[in-house]
Design a protein around this ligand. Structure first.
Ligand code: FO1
Length: 445
């Protein structure tokens, strides 16, 4: 087999029948380095056709034109690259719970393969599809180097508990991707996608517009190559300086599946960039897989209720503490706070679709301090993150917000007003770490 079966997981008990194979692409929107597509291709073999489907949901929760523009440009490339391999792309518009079983029925599919995704929305779609299909639905983890279901069977406490589990299996799973074999079997003829008509039919908020990041698999690979050759060397030392431009800027490519984290891990592991390599692999593999582990095993991953019990208790004990400032979601969104540093971070995100990782922590912690309740703070931070960040709606975003506001994967610290024992950050601390005024000047406070 081309694909290690430990990366696969059956989502229903229906049989795997001989016949066409349908790959329902969703989280992994790429043709190269895609374990799900490779597994579907090997199941189809020479005898049966493989058809790829992407089901476009016209109003994915919280997404805006910024996200759809980036995603659809990448998918148009996917269609071209699949065609070069003789594999058709069926683009369906609507709810996957209905569309995928319908297409599988039209094709007389013998099985359906799809991407592992721990998010609530995706899990709901997959459950509905698994129940409706008369044939096997097989999930493939094309996102984690060590598949999430192999790393751990429970929610891990912190990076320190998942790290040894990942490290133990890392060598076994960090393998080179095989090339996908072109398809010679006769395939059902499908009309090419009318991308302009699709764009015109979207029901998304155009107020948050496209950003400058180049979309698609080729652009993602170029961005990875540039990062490894130009910035990985200084990554360990400079990644926490929001002015240094030393981060990878790859998270949007990972979120939309235009780049496999495993491809980035292979490139970093082969780079020979000592400390930078180790620091990047920690973020890319340990922290990223910790986020998938949390969302997979915590049914409340998208609300404050997902936080650890000690954190919920301390936030509750400080519920009535007077707040130094109280802002509405709209005031936060428009960067109308008293803090020039906070406003600058919000502006960076609004304009570029990307806020520096260090500022994301400060930004979210201040939303906790300046909101009427911890629940309102969580809702505001998540809504703004999902609306403006190109990598919003991702397990990493959920974990980042809960880490900042509610002690997830962290421990209790010294008690303070509003925060209780949640780790605190302030502008003075930022000033010790980097040139705050330069950052404010760049983004406007
Ligand atoms: N996945 C889909 O299968 N269909 C969609 O129409 C779709 C829209 C979409 C818009 C913004 C966004 O950030 C994500 C979107 N996704 C869509 C899901 C995405 O591929 C990711 O899998 C999850 O958000 C993270 O796991």
């Amino acid at each position: 087999m081309l694909v290690n079966l430990a990366r696969t997981h059956r989502l229903n008990a229906a049989p795997l029948a001989p016949g066409p194979v349908l790959y329902w692409m969703s989280r992994e929107q790429r043709v190269r380095d895609n374990w799900g597509l490779l597994h579907a291709r090997e199941l189809a073999g020479r005898a049966h056709p493989l058809v790829v489907c992407f089901c476009l949901v016209p109003a994915y929760p919280g997404a805006t034109l910024r996200h759809y523009d980036f995603m659809l440009s990448g998918l148009a490339r996917v269609e071209i690259d699949l065609a070069a391999l003789g594999i058709p792309l069926a683009l369906r518009l609507g709810d996957p719970s209905a569309e995928i079983p319908r297409l599988a029925d039209e094709l007389g599919a013998g099985c359906v393969v799809t991407d592992f995704d721990p998010m609530r929305v995706k899990q709901g779609w997959q459950r509905a599809v698994a129940e409706a299909l008369p044939v096997a639905l097989i999930e493939v983890d094309g996102h984690n180097v060590v598949p999430a279901r192999q790393v751990s069977q429970k929610q891990e406490y912190a990076a320190r508990t998942i790290r040894p589990k990942i490290h133990r299996l890392f060598g076994e799973y960090l393998e080179e991707f095989p090339a996908i074999e072109p398809q010679a079997a006769a395939v059902p003829s499908l009309p090419p996608t009318d991308w302009d008509a699709l764009r015109a039919g979207l029901a998304v908020d155009p107020a948050v517009g496209p950003v400058a990041l180049a979309p698609g698999e080729d652009a993602a690979r170029e961005a990875l190559d540039r990062f490894v050759s130009d910035r990985l060397e200084v990554y360990a030392e400079r990644r926490n300086d929001p002015n240094a431009g030393a981060t990878s800027w790859l998270s949007a490519y990972f979120h939309f599946g235009q780049l496999a984290p495993q491809r980035a891990a292979l490139a970093a592991a082969a780079s020979g960039r000592g400390e930078g390599q180790a620091a990047f692999l920690e973020e890319l593999v340990v922290r990223r897989e910790l986020s998938d582990n949390f969302c997979l095993h915590n049914a409340h991953h998208d609300t404050l209720a997902g936080a650890p019990a000690w954190a919920l208790r301390t936030l509750d004990e400080h519920r009535a503490d007077p707040r130094p400032y109280v802002y509405s979601q709209e005031e936060f969104e428009q960067a109308r706070t008293h803090s020039r540093l906070w406003n600058a971070a919000q502006n960076e995100m609004r304009r570029t679709g990307f806020m520096h990782g260090y500022m994301r922590m400060y930004w979210a912690k201040k939303i906790l301090e300046w909101s009427p309740t911890p629940e309102a703070a969580h809702a505001t931070a998540l809504a703004l993150n999902d609306r403006h960040q190109l990598d919003g709606r991702d397990p990493n975003g959920h974990v980042g917000v809960l880490w900042s506001l509610a002690g997830l994967h962290d421990r209790p610290w010294q008690t303070r007003p509003v925060f209780g024992s949640i780790r605190y950050m302030n502008e003075r601390g930022c000033r010790r770490k980097f040139a705050v005024d330069q950052y404010i000047e760049r983004w406007g406070g």
